[in-house]
Ligand binder design. Structure first.
Ligand SMILES: O[C@H]1[C@H](O)[C@@H](O)[C@H](O)[C@@H](O)[C@H]1O
Ligand SMILES: [Fe+2]
Ligand SMILES: [Fe+2]
Length: 356
C-alpha cells in the first residue's frame, strides 16, 4: 500500500509517498479516514484500520493520524459561525491598530517604525539570517523561553503594554475557547511571538526595531499600506533601481517562501521551528512566519508574489490574526492553572530542549 504522507520533516515537497515505518510524530493526512490520536504505544507494532481495504502498520512511539479534510471542514464551519466577538476598543479605549491616533503610546510607536523603516534593508536581513541560522545561541525548552519573555514589553504595539507572556497566553486561551479540538492552533498561538527572545542578552540584546513590528518584503518596492510608510524615504533600498520597482528581484507568483521578509521575530521563530523539527502542521509554520505581514493579510498587498500554496495558507493567518490582535487586554490569565495543558502540547509537538 502506498499512502500520501504529509511529512513535516522534509524541506520542500511536503507531500510524498510513504512505504516504510512511520516515525515519531509523523502526521498522515488521509482522506476518508477517522482521526486517531495515539499516545505512546512504545515499540509495539500496531495495525490501524484506515478503511475497509487499507491498513497502516506503525512501529514506535507517538503517531497521530488525523483526517485533514475533516479538520478543515470543522474549521470552516467555525469561521461561518463567527463565534469570536471582536471588541470595539483596546485597553486604552482606542480602536485597535490605529497608528494615527494621538495616545500615550503613539509617539513611541511612530519613532519605533521610523528607525525600523530606515534600517531594514535587503543586505541587513541577509546578514541576520546568516548569523541566526547557526542556532548556537541557547538550548532551552519552549516554556523556558516563554518565561524569559516575561520582562519584555513590545515598543511597536499601540494596543498592549503588558509583558509578552501575557499576550501569548491570552491569544492561546482565546483560540482554544473557539477551537477546542485543534490543539495545534493553541500551541501555535502560544509560541507565535517567541522569536522576540532576540531582545534577550543571550541573543545579543537585539534592538526592538529588528525584532518586533509589522513585517514587509525586501528587494521590491515598499507598499503604501505599510504602517508609517513615509519613513521608507530614508531607507537606502528605496533608492535602489531594482528594489524600488513593483516586482524588484522577484517574479510573479514566485511564492512567499522565496521572498525575503524584513527581519524579526516571525522569521526567526520559523527558523527555530524548522531546525528543531516540530511536528506541528505546515499551517502552523506559515502562521508564525507571516503573522506580522499585515500589508498582505489585512490590506491585500503583494498578492502577486503568492503561489497556490500560499493562497491556501492565507486563510489560516487570517483566522489566527483575530485571536492575536483582539485578545490583547488587561485581563490576566492564571499561568499556573493553564501551564500543565500547554506543557502537554509542547511535549507532543517539540523536543524537550530546542536549539535557538
Ligand atoms: O506591534 C505588533 C507586535 O510586534 C506583534 O508581535 C507583531 O506580530 C505585529 O505585527 C505588530 O504590529
Ligand atoms: Fe508577533
Ligand atoms: Fe502576537
Amino acid at each position: 500500500m502506498s499512502i500520501r504522507v504529509c511529512n513535516p520533516h522534509l524541506e520542500k515537497s511536503r507531500i510524498c509517498s510513504w512505504r516504510g515505518d512511520p516515525f515519531s510524530g509523523m502526521q498522515l493526512y488521509l482522506p476518508k479516514v477517522e482521526v486517531f490520536t495515539v499516545s505512546d504505544h512504545s515499540n509495539r507494532q500496531t495495525k490501524w484500520k484506515l478503511s475497509s481495504r487499507a491498513w497502516l502498520v506503525t512501529k514506535g512511539p507517538i503517531i497521530e493520524v488525523r483526517n485533514k479534510e475533516r479538520d478543515e471542514e470543522q474549521v470552516s464551519k467555525k469561521i461561518d459561525q463567527e463565534s469570536f466577538v471582536v471588541p470595539d476598543s483596546n485597553a486604552f479605549g482606542h480602536s485597535f491598530r490605529d497608528y494615527d491616533k494621538e495616545s500615550e503610546r503613539s509617539a513611541g510607536v511612530e519613532e519605533f517604525y521610523r528607525i525600523n523603516h530606515i534600517n531594514q534593508t535587503y543586505e541587513f536581513v541577509k546578514k541576520k539570517k546568516e548569523e541566526y541560522r547557526k542556532h548556537d545561541k541557547a538550548e532551552m525548552s519552549i516554556w523556558e523561553c516563554c518565561d524569559l519573555l516575561n520582562e519584555y514589553v513590545d515598543e511597536s504595539d499601540p494596543d498592549l503594554d503588558e509583558p509578552q507572556i501575557e499576550h501569548l497566553l491570552q491569544s492561546a486561551e482565546a483560540i482554544r475557547r473557539d477551537y477546542p479540538d485543534q490543539d495545534w492552533l493553541h500551541l501555535t498561538a502560544l509560541i507565535h511571538d517567541l522569536g522576540k527572545i532576540l531582545l534577550h542578552p543571550k541573543f545579543g540584546e537585539q534592538p526592538q526595531w529588528s525584532v518586533v513590528g509589522d513585517t514587509f518584503p525586501l528587494g521590491c518596492a515598499f507598499d503604501d499600506s505599510i504602517v508609517h510608510h513615509k519613513h521608507f524615504k530614508d531607507n537606502p533600498d528605496s533608492k535602489n533601481p531594482i528594489y524600488s520597482t513593483k516586482l524588484g528581484i522577484y517574479t510573479e507568483k514566485c511564492g512567499l517562501d522565496n521572498v525575503t521578509m524584513s527581519w524579526g521575530h516571525d522569521e526567526y521563530m520559523y527558523m527555530v521551528m524548522k531546525e528543531n523539527k516540530t511536528t506541528l502542521p505546515p499551517a502552523a509554520l506559515f502562521i508564525v512566519r507571516f503573522h506580522s505581514f499585515y500589508a498582505l493579510h489585512r490590506s491585500g498587498a503583494y498578492k502577486y508574489l503568492m503561489n497556490d500554496e500560499d493562497n491556501e495558507m492565507l486563510k489560516w493567518v487570517q483566522l489566527f490574526n483575530k485571536y492575536d490582535l483582539y485578545s490583547k487586554s488587561k485581563v490576566r490569565i492564571d499561568v499556573e492553572k493553564v501551564k500543565p495543558y500547554y506543557l502537554s502540547l509542547i511535549d507532543k509537538y517539540f523536543p524537550s530542549k530546542l536549539k535557538w
